[in-house]
Design a protein. Structure first.
Length: 348
């Protein structure tokens, strides 16, 4: 397993990050514990969760993933062996995450204070290594949506105020480092500018979707993050399962995310399905597991800090972690880029 420095921090994170969002709905506590045991044995020292997990978000299971991680820490006593990342929800109507009566989930001081306290309690730890803003406090275009021009007039918490709110927890030792997620080039640069101007904590990472059929990160965020030392934590490297081939030719495996929740529409446009099939054919031509091809593509990007993998079975987890040992060739690079040029990022 390769280890990389996260941003300008002293954190050395494994190139594979263990994603956990299925624990508490698709996976039991025992299965989550088994995944953590195995991942750590394989050298995966970096785990990612969020206050709103498990997925899909709902009041009945909110916080369940953090609780499962917390019981593993209590059982094993191995908190010091893990670099732990969690996230606070951004602007949304998921009001069940808050005890106080609020109109929206936000990045106000009161809501950050509440979210940090509750995450630490569920996780059974007194600190997190990386605390991330799951998505912005302001309206932004996400997942291929267009921005409503009227939304630019909506009020939002100032960048410098959010950093100051987080800084109080950094100084208290509850948070070691901070990061963003589902953020834009504008947002990253504004946070970095305010951090530098006001001697506030610096964003170390950005967690955005990135995969063979969604390379939008390269269109603006790549330059920002490379020049400013902000590491990408790529989520959805398998395109929510589509790049594994399990939904090929209309298949609908029992217990799959599509069969259970039917929330994969961003990968189901005609152009998206054509592009996905072209990458599955590429894997076939080279005798590769398509999931491993997709993961190793992410791992070999020069701007990648860590690629977040997720699995609902131990066989899937082994396949995903084994992908990091795959040899990436110039032939594969050229073939992938040719397919991207023919159909660039059809699944934003």
């Amino acid at each position: 397993m390769e280890y990389r420095t996260l941003g300008r921090t002293d954190l050395k994170v494994s190139s594979c990050c263990l994603g956990t969002m299925t624990w508490g709905q698709q996976n039991t506590e025992a299965e989550g514990h088994a995944q953590m045991d195995y991942a750590l044995e394989r050298g995966v020292n970096f785990w990612d969760t969020a206050e709103m997990y498990s997925i899909p978000p709902q009041a009945e299971t909110q916080g369940s993933t953090e609780r499962i991680i917390g019981t593993w820490f209590a059982k094993t006593g191995r908190r010091q062996d893990v670099i732990l990342a969690t996230k606070i929800a951004g602007l949304s109507k998921m009001l069940w995450t808050r005890d106080a009566e609020v109109e929206w989930t936000r990045h106000t001081k009161a809501q950050i204070d509440e979210a940090v306290e509750k995450s630490l309690k569920r996780l059974q730890t007194d600190y997190v290594d990386l605390y991330q803003l799951h998505w912005p406090d302001r309206p932004v275009a996400l997942f291929g949506d267009k921005m409503d021009p009227k939304s630019y007039g909506y009020p939002y918490e100032k960048f410098e105020d959010i950093l100051a709110h987080l800084d109080s927890h950094v100084k208290a030792g509850r948070i070691r480092h901070i990061g963003v997620s589902n953020e834009t080039p504008y947002g990253v640069m504004r946070f970095l500018a305010e951090s530098e101007a006001r001697d506030l904590p610096r964003m170390a990472s950005i967690q955005n979707a990135y995969n063979l059929v969604n390379r939008g990160f390269e269109e603006g965020l790549e330059e920002v993050c490379v020049r400013e030392d902000v590491g990408l934590l790529a989520y959805s490297p398998l395109g929510q399962g589509y790049l594994t081939g399990k939904y090929r030719n209309g298949a609908l495996p029992e217990g799959s995310r599509k069969q259970l929740f039917d929330r994969l529409q961003r990968y189901e446009s005609p152009q998206g399905l054509r592009a996905i099939e072209s990458y599955l054919e590429l894997a076939d031509q080279h005798g590769l597991d398509p999931a491993q091809l997709a993961i190793k593509f992410c791992d070999t990007r020069h701007f990648m800090a860590s690629t977040i993998i997720g699995a609902t079975s131990m066989d899937q987890l082994k396949t995903c972690i084994d992908a990091f040992d795959l040899t990436w060739t110039e032939e594969l690079e050229e073939a992938v880029n040719a397919r991207h040029a023919d159909q660039p990022s059809p699944c934003p």
